[in-house]
Design a protein around this ligand. Structure first.
Ligand SMILES: [Mg+2]
Length: 417
């Protein structure tokens, strides 16, 4: 474990009986009673969420409503209120986001937070977690359970341990001791099948699993054997992954099939440039930069060619990419054998950030502030309202007609005359 991992603070937060709790905020008379949210028996409804009072009768989510009613005759059933849970969830996540930007939402009522490095703002992770719970309770009247440790796995198990409306922290180094007496099924990833297999070998508790020889587990469970043993000791290095990092693992791209196959270079260039501009607009909107661009050309006979290009520094800038994409397309088309049916462009190697380059290269490329204006114009007046021909020339369109051409070189020359 690196020093950085040893000093991490990861929280697992989980709202208690979330749908029911939201309904109780709207109607406090439901408090203290066995309540479920879900469809009626007649409509073959199932339990979407159950209050802890209902759970005492053995009612749980995904149970058919008829069965829940039989288990608990005094059960109060409420229809789900559309939209309200998502709004409540957003309010909670907005609040959590004020503690750290590194929030990985797992579901509508559950998330991981990485608080590493926020000590100067909120003190110890445990104090921050306590503060967070009080704030959610006071401002949103919802109960939040929090598990605190230095990794996701232990925090997840700790919050399950602390439920409902609790807080549980596992100090660094105490993970194996916390895990040892717990049944193996609390470990995420150990399902009924693995559980049964482990029981065959008299491995019922995590402590036993942690003490079992690695080679044996590997022999029985293959490559998961060893990682299972590490996890049984409370070791986990999976980072908390906020949405922008998830996005960074993916790519952004567009492709279009022509209504009619073509070999008109102007049409092909125009289409590719529009898609490239669209992709770059999406990158800017999501606050991402791309390192690699691939262009794709598919011919009428379905043969497909792709070409990659990489910039020395990642960019979300139309023209920086177009300077590469234009020549790349021409090189592909030189080998053209037949008509083209599709062109596409895709950006990958995405990372969080905004375009930094060219700040001191006035005039060479369209400045970023101007790109933001173009994005806004396209959002308001449609994608075809502005076209950038090259580094200096922009054309504005109104109702599909060319309205105005701005040539920066000429404008500059005119201004200095
Ligand atoms: Mg929950």
């Amino acid at each position: 474990m690196s020093a950085k991992e040893a000093s991490r603070s990861v929280l697992h937060v989980d709202l208690d009986a979330f749908f029911v709790s939201v309904e109780r905020v709207l109607d406090p008379r439901l408090c203290g009673r066995p309540v479920v949210v879900g469809g009626p028996v007649e409509g073959r409804g199932v339990v979407a969420a159950a209050s802890y009072e209902a759970r005492q009768f053995g009612v749980h989510s995904a149970m058919p409503m008829g069965q829940a009613m039989r288990l608990c005759p005094d059960l109060v059933r409420i229809n789900a209120t559309p939209g309200i849970y998502a709004r409540a969830s957003k309010a909670v996540f907005d609040l959590l986001g004020s503690y750290t930007p590194i929030v990985e939402k797992v579901s509508v009522d559950e998330a991981y937070l990485d608080l590493s490095g926020t000590e100067h703002l909120f003190g110890r992770a445990l104090d921050a977690a306590d503060h967070m719970r009080k704030e959610v309770k006071e401002r949103l009247r919802l109960d939040l359970t929090v598990g605190v440790s230095r990794n996701r796995l232990v925090s997840k198990v700790a919050s399950g341990f602390a439920k409902p409306h609790g807080l549980f922290d596992v100090r660094p180094g105490q993970e194996p001791r916390f895990f040892a007496p717990l049944p193996v099924k609390v470990l995420p990833g150990i399902g009924p099948v693995t559980q049964k297999r482990l029981r065959d070998f008299h491995i019922d508790q995590l402590g036993t699993l942690a003490d079992t020889d690695g080679w044996f587990l590997e022999d029985v469970f293959g490559r998961y054997g060893r990682s299972m043993r590490r996890r049984a000791k409370g070791e986990d290095e999976t980072p908390v992954c906020p949405p922008w990092e998830k996005a960074a693992r993916k790519s952004i791209g567009h492709e279009r099939t022509f209504a009619e196959d073509t070999d008109d270079v102007q049409i092909l260039r125009g289409r590719l440039q529009r898609m490239l501009e669209k992709c770059c607009g999406e990158l800017r909107e999501k606050g991402l930069l791309a390192r690699t661009m691939s262009i794709k050309v598919r011919y009428a006979d379905f043969a497909t060619e792709t070409r990659d290009a990489t910039l020395p520094r990642p960019s979300d800038h139309d023209l920086e990419w177009w300077e590469l994409a234009g020549p790349l397309l021409e090189r592909v088309l030189k080998k053209r054998r037949t008509l083209v049916r599709l062109v596409g462009v895709r950006f990958s190697g995405l990372e969080r950030g905004f375009w930094q380059g060219g700040l001191f290269e006035e005039g060479r490329v369209v400045q970023h502030g101007r790109l933001a204006v173009i994005d806004r114009m396209r959002a308001k007046y449609g994608e075809k309202s502005v076209r950038t021909q090259n580094a200096y020339t922009m054309t504005f369109y109104a109702n599909g007609e060319k309205d105005m051409v701005i040539d920066m070189k000429r404008a500059k020359a005119a201004a200095s005359e």
